[in-house]
Design a protein around this ligand. Sequence first.
Ligand code: AP5
Length: 227
Amino acid sequence: DSDQPTKIVVMFGPPGSGKGTQARRLADELGYIQISTGDLLRSAVEAQSTLGLIAKATMEAGGLVSDDIVLALLKERLAEPDTQAGVIFDGYPRTVAQAKALDLLLKRSGQRVGKVVELKVNDDELVERITGRHTCADCGEGYHIRFKRPKLEGVCDVCGGTRFKRRADDTAETVRTRLSEYYEQTLPVLSYYVPKGAVSTLDGADSVDEVFADLMSVVSAKSRVDT
Ligand code: AP5
């Protein structure tokens, strides 16, 4: 039905551009699931699985984990039944090889990427966003030392928890490496999707609500390619 939003959305952009923030909100709004390969990898690291142990050092250094490892985790996640409703990809694909692998996986179930949404934010802002962010250690709610502080200092607004944590790769130095990886390896993925007519670019420097409003209008647009 061409009035329905596309079922497969890729949130695309540099580290800190708001992919995760927007992907979670969009998934809630549409009743889809969010698949973050960063989250899948962090869970594998925490569980000390074989793949996690291999990926850990690369992630902490800000490099890209090998396509094989990421694809193995992704296939496992995509095989779960809740993905049938629709999927918002967050942080995948990050190489052209990953984009091609995704096309093949989706093709098996008669699907394709309907929309790739690029979030543009300048590098200085990205570094500030990432080096200031932290999450509640109990419920995972995200905060930022400048942009989003808890209402009561040191207490999570959502669950009342008082322990906060930061990601191991959120240091100023590692962010610079992650940005270089993005420009060298990931940005070329956009050129793979542009000829398919799937890309929309949004100003990711706007407020979270403004970006979300723009996002809703591009995923609901009838001109998408999967109809
Ligand atoms: P991953 O977990 O994907 O991290 P990332 O791409 O570096 O992105 P981030 O999670 O840092 O940022 P985001 O764009 O989601 O922004 P967020 O919404 O959090 O990857 C981590 C690592 O895993 C990689 O380096 C790599 O090693 C590995 N990896 C993952 N996937 C891989 C793959 N496919 N292949 C190979 N390796 C892979 O927002 C950031 C901050 O800004 C938050 O504090 C937020 O509150 C704030 N914010 C968001 N939007 C706004 C706004 N509009 N205004 C003000 N503040 C905002």
